[in-house]
Design a protein around this ligand. Sequence first.
Ligand code: SME
Length: 147
Amino acid sequence: MTAGEDAGQILDKVIEYLHEQMQDWHWTGIYILIEDKLYLGPYRGPATEHTVIEVGKGVCGTAVKEEKNQIVDDVNTLENYIACSVGTSSEIVVLIKDGDEVLGQFDIDSDKKRAFSQEDERMLKEIANLSKNAVREYRAALMASLS
Ligand code: SME
């Protein structure tokens, strides 16, 4: 097993655990930042066609562009929104960073409005910090497979 496969399995377990534990999280995933694009990594929930998102586009791309976590109480109020599934009402994006470097992000959707709190953001920031080495390895493998 390569380091990238190992890291992918760790991240997959993290996502699976979060998705199972959190009742109102209907889509739970990781996007990996490489240059100016976000690439879909492990996720749980309905399949999405948004496997690559440009920086600046949607809630995910905005988080990277502004270097700021996003909590959107009602996605229907946004113009710069990429609908993953018609039922989605609220969304949180928390950046996965190593120091100042953005490696990727957690992206979670809920069919309920206002499903995400600052407490969720704090928890995801901690998990992001614990996951950063696995994300870096997974990202290196992904970069190699893209080149
Ligand atoms: N809603 C996101 C796109 C990703 S899907 O939700 C999985 C966005 O606006 O960036």
